[in-house]
Design a binder for this molecule. Structure first.
Ligand SMILES: *Cc1c(COP(=O)(O)O)cnc(C)c1O
Length: 371
């Protein structure tokens, strides 16, 4: 039957009629740039970010960039970044002229190994950027403690972690800034989009100014900073606002799908992602570890022949050409866990449009693979 073998892409956003009609309404209104739907989205996002201030921006990378800028981080400064993440986490540090200092990850969580952070702190360190990779929170108690001890800022790269919690606190609400992405690969999407969160009134004002060309909101004919245009359009905000209306159910459903993988993928060649009783995962990515690079290659083509698309989860950033050449890293030696995750990790499909039967079908295909 065709249905049993239908193509399952790695990801696909769930855009519904109700989302589309709201976008069309905005398009018909002629008011396309940042306006009431952006404000509406910023307000509605609070339910999940649990942060006082929510500022919508043009993408997740812009959001990280603004956070670094608002904290005056730049030339001569260092920012601690996990060695395994999406490359944007490090690129933004380069973008402001600072140096990303990589710390290896823990293979239990695929997030920064909090116990190794202290060794990377120098007199130049200004901030730590914990990345809640794949939607699982970093061990934030340790990060907070170090940040306090050494007077460092914390920017939580929560691109994958809208709705994730750590000891009951929402991802993005724990550090000085949270940063979210609204790219179609993430849980809710505006096509391209991002969100900065903070609980600090002055930092909120700085971000709003920098988002909008450096405008001085007290005196709007004045520009008090050399800012950017990192605004989100109103039709993008409408698209993502509409998805927020059902986001609690989305999270719940994705957690159900993840538990099907956890119960049904059974292979001695694969390590399943661990769960932590003090953290709620968003399962933005269901990321497994395979026994070797060869094994992963074979598994990817096996799944492809079963019409199932998979891909690597994230990069070992110091192994990427730009960073390896600029700083002379030997990633395999210096960041063995990040290298392992990069060379043997695999992201499986997990999103709202999949059924429980789809997840069972993928699990069975994985179990059937013989290298
Ligand atoms: C997706 C992602 C980003 C970048 O977000 P964009 O919206 O694509 O710019 C940054 N960090 C992490 C961890 C991500 O997953």
């Amino acid at each position: 039957m065709v249905e049993q073998n239908k193509f399952i892409p790695l990801t696909r956003p769930d855009i519904r009629e109700e989302d589309i009609s709201l976008v069309v309404e905005v398009l018909k209104s002629g008011m396309l740039v940042q306006g009431k739907h952006v404000l509406d989205f910023e307000d509605k996002a609070k339910k999940f970010t649990k942060s006082t201030y929510n500022i919508a921006v043009s993408n997740g990378t812009a959001s990280l960039h603004l956070a670094l800028k608002a904290l005056n981080i730049g030339i001569g400064d260092e920012v601690i970044v996990p060695a395994f993440s999406y490359i944007a986490s490090a690129n933004v540090v380069e973008l402001v002229g600072a140096k990303p200092v990589f710390v290896d990850i823990s293979l239990d969580s695929f997030t920064i190994d909090a116990d190794s952070i202290e060794n990377a702190i120098t007199s130049k360190t200004k901030a730590i950027m914990p990345v809640h990779e794949f939607g699982l929170c970093v061990d934030m108690d340790k990060v907070n403690e170090l940040a306090k001890q050494h007077s460092l800022f914390i920017i939580e790269d929560s691109a994958c972690a809208l709705g994730a919690t750590y000891k009951g606190k929402a991802a993005g609400s724990i550090g000085h800034f949270g940063s979210f992405s609204l790219h179609p690969r993430k849980a809710i999407t505006s096509g391209e989009g991002g969100l900065v969160t903070t609980n600090d009134k002055d930092l909120d004002a700085k971000i709003r100014t920098l988002r909008n060309h450096g405008i001085d909101f007290e005196n709007p004919t004045e520009f008090s900073d050399a800012g950017y245009n990192y605004r989100l359009t109103d039709f993008q905000a409408a698209l993502v606002s509409s998805q927020l209306n059902r986001f609690s159910e989305t999270l719940k459903y994705k957690r159900e799908l993840a538990s099907i993988y956890l119960e049904n993928v059974i292979s001695e060649h694969i390590v399943l992602p661990k769960t932590f009783s003090d953290r709620e995962h968003t399962w933005q990515t269901f990321h497994i570890l395979t026994e070797s690079n060869e094994y992963r290659k074979g598994l990817i083509s096996h799944l492809k022949s079963h019409n199932i698309q998979t891909n690597y989860g994230a990069q070992c950033i110091p192994h990427m050409k730009f960073y390896a050449e600029k700083y002379g890293y030997n990633a395999l030696k210096e960041f063995p866990n990040a290298y392992r995750a990069y060379s043997t990790g695999l992201a499986l499909p997990l999103y709202e449009l999949l059924t429980k039967e789809d997840i069972l079908r993928i699990s069975n295909s994985i179990n059937q693979y013989r290298s």
